[in-house]
Design a protein around this ligand. Structure first.
Ligand SMILES: Nc1nc2c(ncn2[C@@H]2O[C@H](COP(=O)(O)OP(=O)(O)OP(=O)(O)O)[C@@H](O)[C@H]2O)c(=O)[nH]1
Ligand SMILES: [Mg+2]
Ligand SMILES: [Zn+2]
Length: 320
């Protein structure tokens, strides 16, 4: 008897699963892309995580994308559409072609560290990208345990304090000593965030520290160059236990910006905005023109010289 009863139950479950799947596929089954494996994508669905191929000609699909998929019996899945995105972080690859990094983000954690040493030029580029996309940036100074002494730490703190003065949230952390983890969790809560930055600054180590059940591979930086080994090769999304998600991304050498217009670049430097339209000449390039509001603000120490130099370097790269 027991055996028959069980079989009935199983049959009902199988029937209802079939029914559910048929309903889902009739208007497409929905899923969230959580990672990539070669040309295939890992998609989280109500049936669990499935590895999918993709229909041709539907454009880039990246981690964070909401997609529609179809089951191809017996057990394959194919992505047939990408749902509209709220944001798409992208950068030019080494061939100058646009490479999408992640979609539907609302926060970007710019990770920098004591070693490799922080690079303000790169931070500024990420800030411009975040401002252009309307994503909130958060700056993280990681590996503070590696500072030789209080003096070195204070010099670094002084350098990053510029960004706090501009109104950006700034978090100090050590993935090694579990420092700053609560502050990071607070800032990540309920958001869809990505960790970006140079290779070896400790992005994956921070994800491991934030989510103890996750165990991403990390690798020591080169002793001779103090540079990371490009350990993470694809972006991957992890869920935060109290809500929100976090994407770990591969480290970069640089962050090219040619998709940004000169005006977006200007607006991307938040402290420049209040001087917009105040220069004597409406087509002012803010280089050496008389009565340039930006140059005057630098003179008055209201805009930092280093941020202005950074702006000029990015502007030059846009026209190269
Ligand atoms: N001392 C110290 N070492 C750290 C800290 N965070 C990370 N590391 C070490 O730094 C090295 C690089 O860390 P990863 O987490 O692989 O760096 P990543 O930013 O993910 O690098 P990519 O994946 O290449 O972009 C590893 O050897 C980590 O153990 C930290 O807070 N303190
Ligand atoms: Mg990594
Ligand atoms: Zn000007």
């Amino acid at each position: 008897m027991a055996k028959i009863k069980l079989t009935d139950q199983q049959q009902r479950r199988i029937d209802s699963n079939h029914q559910a799947r048929a309903e889902k596929t009739s208007d497409g089954m929905h899923g969230l892309v959580i990672g990539q494996a070669g040309h295939q994508l890992d998609v989280e669905t109500s049936d669990g995580v499935v590895r999918c191929s993709r229909r041709k000609n539907i454009g880039a699909i990246v981690t964070g994308d909401n997609v529609v998929l179809e089951a191809v019996p017996p057990n394959e899945y194919v992505i047939t559409a990408v749902l509209p995105r709220t944001s798409l972080l992208a950068r030019p690859d080494f061939r100058g072609q646009m490479k999408a990094i992640a979609a539907n983000l609302d926060r970007i954690f710019i990770i920098c560290s004591v070693r490799p040493e922080l690079n303000e030029g790169l931070i500024d580029r990420y800030l411009v990208a975040a401002e252009t996309l309307g994503i909130t940036p958060v700056l993280v100074l990681n590996k503070i345990d590696l500072a030789d002494d209080e003096q070195q730490l204070n010099i670094l703190r002084d350098r990053v304090s510029l960004y706090a003065k501009l109104g950006y949230e700034l978090i100090e952390s050590s993935a090694k000593n579990q420092q700053g983890i609560d502050a990071l969790l607070n800032s990540l809560h309920m958001h869809t965030s990505i960790m970006v930055g140079q290779s070896g600054v400790g992005k994956s180590s921070l994800v491991n520290a934030l989510l103890p059940e996750v165990n991403i591979k990390t690798k020591e930086i080169s002793e001779s160059t103090n540079k990371g080994m490009h350990t993470t090769s694809a972006s991957r999304l992890y869920h935060l236990p109290k809500g929100g998600s976090l994407i770990d991304s591969p480290g970069v050498r640089e962050f090219g910006m040619w998709q940004v217009s000169a005006e977006e670049l200007f607006d991307g430097f938040v402290e420049f905005r209040e001087y917009k339209g105040l220069c004597k000449f409406s087509n002012c390039q803010h280089k050496s023109e008389p009565q340039c509001a930006i140059l005057e603000a630098i003179e008055a120490k209201e805009i930092s010289e280093s941020r202005y130099e950074s702006y000029k370097r990015i502007l030059e790269s846009l026209t190269e």
